[in-house]
Design a protein around this ligand. Sequence first.
Ligand code: GLP
Length: 240
Amino acid sequence: MEIVVRPTAEAAATYAHDLLVEHVRRQPTTVLGLPTGATPLPVYARLVQSHRTALFSMQSVTTFNLDEYYGLGLKHPASYTAYMSRALFDHVDCPASQRHIPNGLAADAQQEAADYEALIAAAGGIDFMLLGIGRNGHIGFNEPGSDFASRTRLVDLTPSTLAANAPFFADGETQPKQAISMGIGTILQARRIVVLATGASKAEAVRQSLEKPAKTAVPASALHLARDVTFVLDQACAGI
Ligand code: GLP
């Protein structure tokens, strides 16, 4: 496991962007795993910029997002489908047929999860996974206690995650309490994982994740079991 610390959140995002772009340049058919949240937004902004200046193409890339709220309209601004369109997909050349996000409106969530897992396998697995981390150490929507062997499935969100994401829903609006998320086992199979964590609010989650042995109370600590992981932090998150 490698830990890289950059002075600012912006510099950390640039570093993560560069790793991703380099990977796709080397392997244009890269299968990418992609996160949502505030943390990766500057990475996506840089990818869009790199695409505009013709340094980066997603023409042959396949993407799998980590998760999606269950029961939320895909056009709802807080849905991860809408987020990905706004942040990245509307501005780059990745064909729609090569982009995957769990369908949060699937009638049968278990079937949708199994189909998603099968699609990842059919694509040959994830080559490069960009990850964020929740304040409680979650990755994707794998909340504390999630089995390290878990696969894509319907999950219940914890009160702390619901509170963290509440600002994205209008007052009085029903906030989804479940999501379809890639499992920890699915994530661990990625051939390369880059975790981007910035800001003091993530420092404790990162510190606990880096502690050995890995324990299910801290989902991101499972990353000790993955083959090639880089944590990219800013100084505020690294506590220096
Ligand atoms: C959500 C997502 C995670 C993300 C986390 C942190 O819960 N499901 O994939 O890592 O938020 O988000 P942020 O970067 O906004 O702190």
